[in-house]
Every structure is written in structure tokens, then in C-alpha cells.
Design a protein around this ligand. Structure first.
Ligand code: ADP
Ligand code: MG
Length: 608
């Protein structure tokens, strides 16, 4: 079933600077109708422009209310297996961080991100039939470059890749197993300190591998559900000292933002076959959230002040258009996500390994493993070398069909050497089974529900398999507070309240469509019908007039943008001619042996 992107608008209070400037408030909100109006400070006679949304939050509103109204159902969706995205949009200084990260005091203004963490873990801890794997990653897109805010090297630029099953993903983005709210908050703080000032994405993937109660062994993973919660903050660029026209220009040249606008337009237009997701990194990452398999909430943040009128109007228009984007969220039943399928495969192979005493499967298995530490990495390398050499040997064996005995001896000696090296590595860096001490703090195994006991006679591979299985088990969370009746009740109450609120909201939004209903209603007498229909007609006429004004406003804005662009092109043309003239004059004076004498050569070797 398709559902539209949900859009709410939040208006922050006037700040001190605006108060000092004696700015006037030009934004009005009617929360009973979910409408936001803006008055043009330059044209007092023009009627206000009115937009309706899925919710409006005026200056004194709390993030708590916003979360409970619109974010709660989305995060609840994640727990049911849907993908969800929440993104904040708006001019710098309008409250995106305030809404997403939030403040500690007052508690009602705690941000959407920490609320989502609490919500997710509350649900996981009280779940009595599921175990979850929760991973967090945190990235930033700044000037079209992607960086991992929680990675080993947060300066390293990462690549976007596309995979037929996984969709768009970021290569080498680190994923961190998290077991509770505190760990999530630590991750967020760490990432926040590492960021520049671009768009950031906080990802909390929660996955539900199977049931906890029945077979307690992780080895029996069956139905894996995978969903992602993405929390995204989109910022306008902040240039030092950029104000007025320069800021406008900065906004214009920000690729991510204009690309986002184009994607929204193309999606809403309905006629465009091509959606230009590929025009920027941000839109590629948001591909699933805009027009894809995701429940999406956009929080548009605005300032009330008259001096921000242009930006505020533009944000409201963006937001108003985004409302029409249709998504097709569905529960993820396919374990398509690479990490989860990887875990699933791994668990199966590990089980086999433990039960059958290792053997040929080991090398293949290792290819999927994430090294536990450097010793493990070393072992992994040796093993891969061994595997590839073995493969080579087998190939030549097939093709030549001779010297069989010699080849087998080679295989044997390789195997011996491998075992020896592995043993040496094992004793120098503690065997895989005992390598627990080297795990990162969040991975320290506290063995819960484990039913697989280490065998004294395990081979090195089995030892490793055992350690790995333990690690996966350790990272699974869920059900810790399943017996906490008070918490369960609290959660039930919140869920009920959320359902009630959605109903009220739906009614409010329906009321906005009442005019249409008037026309098909049955009336007691002709007079009444006439009055009702005249009223409806009046309202419709007003709406048409407002829309006509909007069209002409947009047209004149388009014209002025066009003039701006033409101006820019003319200026660049002039510049180009000037440089060409200079070049023509200088070129004959360049020495013959100089690298720059052959301009055609330079051109052919130049890359853009
Ligand atoms: P952005 O992240 O969009 O650049 P911020 O969230 O940093 O903007 O907000 C700018 C300033 O306005 C901050 O000092 C913040 O505390 C304040 N602010 C934003 N929204 C609100 C709000 N709803 N209520 C009170 N103060 C707010
Ligand atoms: Mg911010």
C-alpha cells in the first residue's frame, strides 16, 4: 500500500538577534487545522499564503509532543519491520539540531534521536518473543564527500555503491553493535564531535533474527526481519560571513539541496519518468526514503521573523511539495540486507563447523568474517592465502592431470605450513577461544542464553567459530525487561495514546477536505442546500484566487532566477573571452621548449 511522505512544520521562537532588530513575526499556525500561514512583510495588502501539513508546531511546542504525534508511529514501524526515515530540513539556525539532537533541559525538549533510541530499546527489552541485533552508524555528507563519523579514520572519503539486492549503500561504513541506550548516546556524542557541518545521517539498524523462547540456540535462526531507522539532518551551507545575496548564491550552488529539490519536483510532477537521484550523494542515499520502500517523516524548521521571509516561504513550498511524494513501505521479510544475511550464513556455517569438526568449509566461511582483532586478521590473511593457493593447485591439477602425487604433496605441505603458522599466531596472541580479552568493550561477551559449550578438543577453526558465535550471541539484545510489568504497561499506554492521536490527526486532515463532502451531502431543504453550496463556492473561489496568486508569485520568482542565471552566464562568457584574449596575446611569447606551448596537448590531457 502506498502512503505519502509525512511532513510537519516547526517554528522556533524569535531569537535575541531578531528581537534586537525588532523583527515582526510573519508566521501563523492553526494546529486544529494543521495549517501554517505566512504574511509577506513587503506587501501588507496581499493575503497570507496558507499551507496544510500533517502537523504544525508553533514557537512554544515541545519535541515531546512532536515525537509522540508523528515520530512515534514511524519508530514503532521499525520494530514491525518497516524502514523509516526522519529528516529535518530548513535554513541554518531554524531548529534542526534543536529538534533532532535536542537539549537535556527541559526534558520535554529532548531530541528525536535520543527519544528514538529510548523507544527502540524499550520495545526490544520488553519484547518476550524476539531477539534483535542493533547496529548504529553515523555519517556525514559535506561538499559531496561522505565520511564515517564513527570510523577509524573519520577523514577518509567513502564511496557510494549500488548492489542489486542491497540497493544503495556506503562501502566500508562502520557498523557498531549497540546493546542499550547509553551506548547509542555515546556513539552519537562521538560522531557529533567528529562532524564538519554538512548533512549527517544517523542510522540505527535494528534487525530481528528469529524467536527467542522456542529454540534458544542462535544457530536456529529462521525468519530474519530487517529494518532501518535513519535520522537525517539536512543543513543549508553556512559560509563564514555570507549574508544576503552571497548566502543566496551559496544556497543556490549547494548541489545536494538543489538536487533534493529536483528529486522532489520530479516525484511530485508525476510526468517525469526519470527521477534524478544520481545528481547528488544525498539524493542517492535518500532514494529509498523518497519514493521508495520507507516510511518517511520530514520536519521542516522555520523562523518566525519577517527578515527570513524568503527562506521561510521557500522551506514551506519545499515541504508542501514533499507531502505529495508517495512511498511504498512494506515489511522486510527478505533478509536482503547484506549484514544480516551474512550473519545468517555465518551462523549456519559456524554451526556446521562446530558439529562436523571443521574441514573444507573453513576457508569459505572466513571470507565473511569481520576480524576480531589484529591476530585474527593475520590468521584470516594466512587462511585466505592458503585458500587461494589451494584453489590454484586444484586448477592446475584439473588441467594437467599429471604430477598428481607431487601436487598432493604440495597441498599437504601447504596445509602443514598453514596449521603451523596458525598455531604460532595462536600462541603469540592467545588462541581464538581465549581472545575474548581483546574484544572491544561493547563486545565483551556476557554469555546469555548460550547453549553451546566449548569442547576441550576443538580445532583452531572450531575455537574461532565458537568465539565468533559467542560474539554474535552477545550482540543480540531483547527481552531483558520482559518481566517488568510496569514498563510493559507504560509501553502499552504509549502505544494506545499514539493510536488515538493518529485517529485525531486523520480526522483533522479529513476536515480540510470537507468542502468536497458538502457537495454530495443530502440536505433537508433547498434553502439550506443553497446556503451550504454558496459557502462552499465562496471558499473554492478563495482557494482558486490563492492558487492563482501562488502561480504568479512562482512565475515571477522563476523569472528573477532566470535573469540571475543569464546574468551569471553572461559574466562567465565575458570572463572566458577576456582570458582567451590574454592567452592569445601571451601564447606567441612562450618559449618553444616550454610544457605549455602546445595548448591542444594540454586540453587533451586535462581532466574535469
Ligand atoms: P539548525 O540546526 O537548524 O542550524 P539550531 O537547532 O542550532 O538550528 O537552532 C538555532 C538556535 O535556536 C539554537 O540556539 C536553539 O537552541 C534555538 N532553537 C531552535 N529551535 C528552538 C525551539 N523550538 N525552541 C527554543 N529554542 C530553539
Ligand atoms: Mg544544526
Amino acid at each position: 500500500m502506498s502512503e505519502c511522505v509525512k511532513v510537519v512544520v516547526r517554528c522556533r521562537p524569535m531569537n535575541n538577534r531578531e528581537k534586537d532588530l525588532h523583527s515582526k513575526s510573519v508566521v501563523y499556525m492553526d494546529s486544529s487545522l494543521c495549517q501554517c500561514s505566512i504574511v509577506n512583510p513587503g506587501d501588507a495588502s496581499a493575503p497570507p499564503k496558507t499551507f496544510s501539513f500533517d502537523g504544525v508546531y508553533f514557537t512554544e511546542s515541545t519535541t515531546e509532543a512532536l515525537y509522540n504525534d508523528v515520530a512515534y508511529p514511524l519508530v514503532e514501524g521499525v520494530l514491525e519491520g518497516y524502514n523509516s526515515t526522519v529528516f529535518a530540513y530548513g535554513q541554518t539556525g531554524c531548529g534542526k539540531s534543536y529538534t533532532m539532537q535536542g537539549v537535556v533541559k527541559p526534558p520535554s525538549q529532548k531530541g528525536i534521536i535520543p527519544r528514538a533510541f529510548e523507544h527502540i530499546f524499550e520495545a526490544i527489552e520488553t519484547s518476550d518473543d524476539s531477539k534483535f541485533l542493533v547496529h548504529a552508524s553515523y555519517l556525514e555528507i559535506y561538499n559531496e564527500e561522505i565520511r564515517d563519523l564513527l570510523g577509524k579514520d573519520c577523514k577518509k572519503k567513502l564511496d557510494l555503491k549500488e548492489h542489486p539486492d542491497r540497493g544503495v549503500y556506503i562501502q566500508e561504513l562502520s557498523q557498531h553493535a549497540v546493546h542499550n541506550v547509553e551506548e547509542c548516546e555515546q556513539m552519537m556524542d562521538k560522531g557529533w564531535r567528529n562532524r564538519a557541518t554538512g548533512a549527517t545521517l544517523m542510522n540505527a539498524d535494528s534487525s530481528r533474527p528469529g524467536q527467542r523462547d522456542k529454540p534458544k540456540r542462535v544457530g536456529n535462526v529462521t525468519d530474519i526481519q530487517m529494518s532501518k531507522a535513519k535520522i537525517i539532518i539536512i543543513c543549508f551551507p553556512k559560509l563564514p560571513g555570507a549574508t544576503g545575496d552571497r548566502l543566496k548564491e551559496a544556497t543556490k550552488i549547494n548541489l545536494s539541496l538543489s538536487a533534493l529539490g529536483n528529486v522532489i519536483s520530479a516525484l511530485v510532477d508525476g510526468k517525469s519518468k526519470h527521477i534524478p537521484y544520481r545528481d547528488s550523494k544525498l539524493t542517492r542515499l535518500l532514494q529509498d526514503s523518497l519514493g521508495g520502500n520507507t516510511k518517511t517523516l520530514m520536519v521542516a524548521c522555520v523562523s518566525p521573523a519577517d527578515n527570513n521571509y524568503d527562506e521561510t516561504l521557500s522551506t514551506l513550498r519545499y515541504a508542501n511539495r514533499a507531502k505529495n511524494i508517495k512511498n511504498k513501505p512494506r515489511i522486510n521479510q527478505d533478509p536482503k540486507d547484506a549484514l544480516l544475511s551474512q550473519y545468517q550464513d555465518e551462523i549456519r556455517q559456524l554451526k556446521e563447523l562446530l558439529e562436523n569438526g571443521g574441514g573444507a568449509g573453513a576457508g569459505q566461511l572466513q571470507a565473511n568474517l569481520i576480524p576480531l582483532d589484529s591476530v585474527e586478521a593475520e590468521k584470516e590473511k594466512i587462511r585466505q592465502e592458503y585458500e587461494s593457493q589451494l584453489h590454484q593447485l586444484r586448477l592446475s591439477y584439473e588441467s594437467e592431470k599429471q604430477g598428481k602425487a607431487r601436487l598432493q604433496a604440495d597441498v599437504q605441505s601447504l596445509k602443514d605450513q598453514y596449521e603451523k603458522e596458525l598455531k604460532e599466531k595462536g600462541s603469540s596472541g592467545a588462541g581464538a577461544g581465549e581472545s575474548k580479552g581483546k574484544l572491544a568493550p561493547h563486545q565483551i561477551p556476557i554469555r546469555r542464553n548460550s547453549t553451546i559449550a566449548p569442547d576441550v578438543n576443538l580445532t583452531p577453526q572450531q575455537h574461532e567459530a565458537f568465539a565468533r558465535l559467542q560474539e554474535i550471541e552477545t550482540n543480540m539484545v531483547g527481552g531483558e525487561k520482559a518481566d517488568d510489568l510496569e514498563l510493559l504497561e507504560k509501553r502499552q499506554k504509549k502505544k494506545k495514546a499514539a493510536e488515538k492521536r493518529s485517529k485525531v490527526l486523520a480526522e483533522t486532515l479529513n476536515r480540510n477536505d470537507e468542502d468536497d463532502a458538502l457537495l454530495i451531502k443530502a440536505y433537508d431543504n433547498i434553502q439550506e442546500e443553497l446556503r451550504a453550496k454558496t459557502d462552499a463556492l465562496k471558499k473554492s473561489k478563495q482557494k482558486i484566487r490563492a492558487l492563482e496568486r501562488e502561480v504568479s508569485d512562482l512565475y515571477s520568482e522563476f523569472q528573477s532566477d532566470r535573469t540571475d542565471y543569464l546574468e551569471t552566464i553572461r559574466r562567465q562568457d565575458q570572463q572566458l573571452k577576456l582570458l582567451q584574449a590574454i592567452l592569445d596575446k601571451i601564447h606567441p611569447t612562450v618559449r618553444r621548449d616550454c610544457n605549455y606551448v602546445n595548448i591542444d596537448n594540454i586540453k587533451s590531457e586535462a581532466v574535469w
